[in-house]
Design a protein around this ligand. Sequence first.
Ligand SMILES: Cc1cc2nc3c(=O)[nH]c(=O)nc-3n(C[C@H](O)[C@H](O)[C@H](O)COP(=O)(O)OP(=O)(O)OC[C@H]3O[C@@H](n4cnc5c(N)ncnc54)[C@H](O)[C@@H]3O)c2cc1C
Length: 417
Amino acid sequence: MARTDAIVLGAGIVGTSAALQLAKRGLSVALIDRQGPGEGTSYGNAGILEGNTYFPYPFPTDPGALLRIAFKRATEANYHLAHLPRLLPWLIAYWNAGRPKHMFEFAHAMRPLFASAVAEHEKLMIEAGAERYLRKTGWLRVYRSDAGFESMKSDLDAVAKAGIPFDVLDPAGALTLEPDLAPIFQHATFWPGAASVSNPLAVTRAYDALFKKLGGVVLTGNALSLHRSGANWRVDTHEGAVDAPQAVIALGPWAPDLLDRLGVKLPLEVKRGYHRHFKARGNAGISRPVLDADVGYCVAPMEQGLRLTTGAEFADRDAPRTPVQLDRVLPKARELFPLGEPVDNPDEPWMGSRPSFPDSRPVIGRIPGQAGLWGDYGHTHWGLTLGPVSGRLLAEMMTGAAPFCDPAPFAAERFLK
Ligand SMILES: Cc1cc2nc3c(=O)[nH]c(=O)nc-3n(C[C@H](O)[C@H](O)[C@H](O)COP(=O)(O)OP(=O)(O)OC[C@H]3O[C@@H](n4cnc5c(N)ncnc54)[C@H](O)[C@@H]3O)c2cc1C
């Protein structure tokens, strides 16, 4: 039986970053997953390090969008009817979190995390020798309609007031940045403070390699074997049992599988998303992620090709895949982007589940009623962005250092009042 200072369960970008931040602070850490680091949700995202995020993605209020979604004609969202009864309490809380007061609460609570997110990644990438994956070229949102752009105006005013830099561009300005986009849009916003990565899996693997270099141990095992052993937590792995006084749950969308067993019920649901890769046509391409905002999908240049990622699908995490949004957005994406031949099998699009609390904030902190147990999960649309900075905050709390920002908004207790 091995003994460490801390066990981290889940080697996605969030758990790997947390393990690394703990190892950097001198703790002996075992990082445990049932598969390789970064092969879960963290594999297939759009690669955006969205340090400029201010408001969360709210429950739609536009009647047209709601009708489109209700009648399953929307490109930006889909749902499984059979899942709705279970989802209803979460949906009501999500709708409530979209009220202006709560949107500003989110902005205020999350700003310190977003503001440090890109710098925290860059620091780790330099230490891990992984800078080649980092593109500090911002990202672009294009709007096909005047109405789509107008609907964002009040958000943009709030963002400007908060001092987050962005440029409003006309089509000519946007085409200077991305000349191979078709000029079928009316407006664009450019976010220079954001960055992106060309291979999210490779970034997690590079952090994993750095973690091992610092003495960290990576083991294969089932996180659900976590149990008390005297004053310690114990996990059974393929390499034997590991004990530690502190354990971190960083299982992303699978966190409730373990927490429910421990009697801790927190309202995590998933927003599923899909991706497919395409070759670029001829010598064309794009050099940063681009969101087709009115339609609701993103195309990001990756080492594997141009990665088309979809918006949210509200369904049971383990229900069969229904990639209807990919089918709906693909003709639209071909209008705007120089998409050529598919790279991967069209019958097997990748699917991942964004782990999402209704207030769109993660849990970073102690798990109530479970001495020595911590949580770092629920990063919804921003787990790649926030992995390293969340890991830093968690590691500061676990080692008794002064946290760099107020951790109270991320406490699990907010759901237990
Ligand atoms: C289509 C799409 C696009 C996205 N785009 C972006 C983006 O551009 N920028 C951004 O910041 N975020 C984006 N996201 C969100 C981001 O990908 C997630 O928030 C993030 O990957 C969550 O990371 P995680 O480490 O918490 O979870 P995961 O990566 O899922 O890691 C959890 C780990 O737990 C392991 N695990 C689960 N159960 C067990 C068990 N019983 N035993 C052992 N191990 C177990 C899994 O194997 C997995 O490795 C996107 C998501 C999707 C779906």
